[in-house]
Design a protein around this ligand. Sequence first.
Ligand code: SF4
Ligand code: MG
Length: 281
Amino acid sequence: MAASIEQYLHTERLPHIWCPGCGGGTITSAFLRAALELDLKRQDTIVVGGIGCSSRAVGYLDFGTVHSLHGRALAFATGIKMARPDFTVVVITGDGDGAAIGGNHLIHAARRNIDLTVILFNNQIYGMTGGQVSPLTSADSIAATAPYGHIERSFDLCRLVEAAGATYVARGVAAGSVQLQRLIRDGITHKGFSFIEAISQCPTEFGKRNAPKGQVAMLEDQKDRAITVAKAAKLPPEDLAGRIITGVLHRDDEAPELSTSYAAMVDRVREVAAEEAGGGS
Ligand code: SF4
Ligand code: MG
C-alpha cells in the first residue's frame, strides 16, 4: 500500500473540530505531506501545540504530541529539544497564541537559534474564543473587540523573528498548499530556528465581519494577493501594498545552533573537570 498521511493521524478521533472552510486542516495537511516526504518517524518526532484553533491539530496527530499551555508551546518545545536534540521538534501555534501571550517566547527562541520548526497559522483573529483582535489583526478590520474597526497596526511577524535571530523564515498561504508543504519541509531540514507563517482563513470569526466573506472568496483573495519573493523583488514598494509575499524570506545556514553549542559546552566542562580531577590526584 502506498504511504499516506493517514499513518500520522489518529483517524479514530476524526471528524475534527474545525469549521467548514477553515484553513487549519489545509495547513496541517501540508505539514503531514512534508513529514511524509521526509519520512519522519513517529517515535522521534514531537509536535507541540499551544492553545487555540490551530493548536487543536496536535490532538489528531500520531507523533509524540504535547497540547501545552496558552503561549507556552515554545517553552515546552525548547525543553524537549534540549533534552533530546536528536528529535525533530515542531511547534504548531496561532497568531494569538504565538504572537501575543507567546510573543516573548517566540523572540527568544529565535534569538537562541534553537533547532525547532514553528508553523504559525495566521488567521488574524482569536477564532476559538469568539473573534477578538490579535497582534496580527490588520488595521481597520472588524472584530468582536473592535466593532468600529481596529485602530492598531499589526506585526510583520516574519520580519520580527528575522530581526530576533531566526535563521529560516518563510511565508505561505493556505490557498497555496504545495508551496506551503515545500516551505515546511525545508524548515524542518534546516538546522536552526525555522519559522513558517501560514496565512490562513477563518470564515467563522474573521470572515463573518470582514470582506471577503466565505471560504471560497477568502481563498481567492489569498491567491490574488500572494506574490513570490522573486516577483516582489522586481516591483516598487508602492505596488506591494496589500500583497502577501511568499517563499523563503531569510535563510542563514552558518549561525550556531543552541543544542549543538550546549553539547559542545557540556563536553568542554567535562574535559575541564577531568583535567582538574587528574591534576589533583
Ligand atoms: Fe477555523 Fe475560525 Fe472555525 Fe477556528 S473559528 S475552526 S479558525 S474557521
Ligand atoms: Mg488566530
